[in-house]
Design a protein around this ligand. Sequence first.
Ligand code: GLU
Length: 265
Amino acid sequence: MGQDLQDARRIVVKVGTSTLTHESGKLNFRQIERIVRVLSDLKNADREIILVTSGAIGVGVGKLGLPRRPSDVGGRQAAAAVGQCELMFTYDKLFSEYGQIVSQVLLTRDDIDDKERCHNVVNTFARLLDMGAVPIVNENDTVAVDELIGINFGDNDSLSAIVAKLMKADALVILTDIDGLYTADPHKHPDAKRIPRVEHIDDSVKALAGGVGSSRGTGGMITKISAAEIATGAGIPTVIIAGETPQLLYDLFEGKEAGTIFCAR
Ligand code: GLU
């Protein structure tokens, strides 16, 4: 697999909570609309799109008017159950405006680890793509307790890499609240530079990833690097770009530089 994204046909795109929601946990419609529009357009241009979305817990917290993410697992599961509906309702509405059909795929680690269930998952994805639908994937938070306490897929960054690998995607794009990997934390070091290309993910690259992300999501840069490691190890180039500029996806798939690309091995 080359690094040339121009020919990428099957693309897995991951969107994080910090991109989809405001600080309050309420949906950031402007941002979601932009993302849906670009993805619909890419799909019309004959690319297959699988969207891995976070945001269920964050959106549930916003919708329920809770002051913060519940500290107990049951509370987070309940928030996810509420938020997942709201998320899918919003995606369905917006993708429909662009003539696209969405579908919901909720996964747990067990589904991937069990050979037969995994086979069923792959078949379902394949049929959905054949039928022209956009699979929208999240972890099944109401049953996957482990993720919420930190030991299942761990986070949707890893989930997106696992889905990309499973479905033999040509590219994985992670949309987040920063436009790539930097030489240092740009919030603290204004002279930090974006790294456009990472040939090989080694300890020095991991060291650049620093700590965790926003209070609304679960990831941060380190989980994105781990996802890139899984995907690039499976021959899938991985790109990190900012969720607020999804139009960069056009540049990427026209072969131009954007964000940070992690080269496939
Ligand atoms: N599945 C969680 C949610 O939808 C998010 C996990 C993550 O942020 O990585 O809220």
